[in-house]
Design a protein around this ligand. Structure first.
Ligand SMILES: C=CC1=C(C)c2cc3[nH]c(cc4nc(cc5[nH]c(cc1n2)c(C)c5CCC(=O)O)C(CCC(=O)O)=C4C)c(C)c3C=C
Ligand SMILES: [Fe+2]
Length: 436
């Protein structure tokens, strides 16, 4: 599914190559976009644009599943949630077609619409692409799109677009968890767009342009920039560290374990009206502020007790090295070596009927809070097959008992269903929901 197409791998995307790779199925809208872009741009412009798409930084947009889930986690993220402002299903369909078309270009490192990007000949219209990514590589950009419950039914239960019957049962209203201090302006949303890339400018460019494209049909409700990954999603990746200074992602679901991914990440087996969601996933997003200053005053022993692993190597406190399975039964002089209320003990699959999640979070900082404290933390993202079994019970237990709770505060929240990928000619993100 992922990986560069042969034409992209060659480092230059010819016009025919572009039509082949995008038009091979990404959408009529993409083909239309290409045609428009080429008719507007000069030959020389198109060539210049094409040569700016080195293949080794391209993650394929098209596929059975959307990219940006099992894709090796890139270092930078910009996520935005949108409120859909139109009440027209046709306009919503148009928006998803336009998003899919633009994503097709941007993930290849090309200016939207095949336009000249930062410039061109038309002085009387705004450029089709804002231009700040021209000259940069595709940066392994992935753009993952999802739908919130409020797209299906509004707060009064009204069927906004005739989609209510297609609402997957798993797309619940998340319950209030103990200690939640959620801010309305950082929570919810009808649509979510997760842009991840190696380069922050590439990720921000994607969200900026999609927001611009959405104008008149959807507006940004909240957005969050993350500056460093806090998870590995591939065995080839080194485990990064979160802002507590601990390795994060050691026991994460990894892309190579395809049977685990199939069981715990991809939606399958849905029948009837919600069958459109098969091949998709659910995305849980939580903005978790970390009280860094308090944490930094704790001694190393306390920090390790809270996590249940050593700070240096990430090994479980029961012994071994980073990837050794924790032994929760192993006792020392003062009881279990891994505290029963440590983060690892409470979130481990053995406490939750084997449920696992693919974590794909990011460190964030949004400056200081006016009291001299860093507004920083972890933008937690997890992809799961069903939040009712794979997120809610875990969050409930953590929120009630986790020693880590003393150092964190949940300030934002969202739950979205991620539709499957685009893998057919004339397809676009969400087509099976919106037209099926
Ligand atoms: C509800 C799910 C989870 C939330 C919310 C969460 C927040 C959170 N986690 C850390 C730091 C670490 N988490 C680690 C492991 C881990 N965390 C969860 C779930 C949530 N974390 C799971 C399922 C696991 C794996 C448990 C296991 O199988 O052993 C670790 C250990 C290293 C690792 O395996 O990744 C750390 C460190 C922070 C700082 C945080 C909120 C700010
Ligand atoms: Fe965790």
């Amino acid at each position: 599914m992922e990986g560069a197409s042969p034409s992209a791998r060659a480092g230059r995307v010819s016009r025919r190559g572009l039509l082949g790779t995008l038009g091979g199925g990404a959408v009529g809208a993409v083909l239309g976009g290409v045609a428009v872009g080429l008719s507007r741009g000069s030959e020389a412009g198109a060539e210049a644009v094409s040569s700016a798409a080195p293949a080794n930084a391209v993650v394929e947009f098209m596929g059975e599943h959307q990219a940006g889930i099992v894709t090796p986690a890139q270092d930078r993220m910009h996520v935005a949630a949108f409120d859909v402002t139109t009440s027209s299903l046709d306009e919503l369909i148009g928006l998803m077609k336009d998003f899919s078309s633009a994503i097709g270009y941007m993930t290849r490192g090309l200016p939207i619409g095949g336009s000249a990007g930062a410039g061109g000949d038309d002085l009387l219209a705004p450029p089709e692409d804002t231009g700040e990514a021209v000259g940069l590589t595709a940066g392994h950009l992935t753009v993952t799109v999802g739908f919130g419950r409020s797209l299906f039914v509004d707060a009064d239960g009204k069927d906004r677009f005739g989609l209510k019957a297609k609402l997957p049962e798993g797309l619940i209203e998340l319950p209030h968890f103990p200690g939640d201090q959620l801010e309305e302006a950082r929570s919810g949303g009808d649509l979510v767009v997760q842009a991840c890339a190696d380069d922050p400018q590439v990720a921000v460019h994607a969200i900026r342009n999609l927001s611009r494209i959405a104008f008149g049909r959807a507006s940004v409700r909240w957005s969050q920039i993350g500056f460093g990954r806090t998870a590995s999603t591939s065995k080839a990746q080194a485990t990064p560290r979160n802002l507590f200074g601990f390795k994060d992602g050691t026991a994460n679901v990894k892309a190579e374990d395809t049977s685990v991914v199939d069981e715990h990440v991809w939606i399958s087996g849905l029948e009837g009206e919600s069958a459109w969601a098969n091949g998709g996933s659910f995305m849980v997003a939580r903005r978790i502020r970390m009280t860094i200053e308090t944490w930094d005053r704790q001694n190393l022993g306390e920090q390790q007790l809270v996590v249940g692993r050593t700070k240096a190597s990430g090994a479980p406190l029961s012994g071994g090295e980073e990837f050794t399975e924790p032994d929760f039964a192993k006792k020392g002089a003062n009881g279990p070596l891994i505290d029963t209320n440590s983060h690892v003990a409470l979130s481990h699959p053995t406490r939750h009927g084997g449920a696992q999640m693919l974590r794909r979070g990011y460190n964030y900082t949004d400056g200081t809070d006016g009291l001299g404290r860093l507004d920083a933390g972890l933008f937690f993202i997890a992809f799961v097959v069903d939040p009712r079994t794979h997120y809610v019970p875990i969050q409930n237990l953590i929120s009630k008992q986790d020693l880590m709770q003393e150092y964190v505060r949940h300030t934002g929240s969202g739950l979205f269903v991620i539709p499957p990928g685009v893998n057919e000619a004339g397809g676009y993100l969400g087509k099976r929901l919106l037209e099926g």
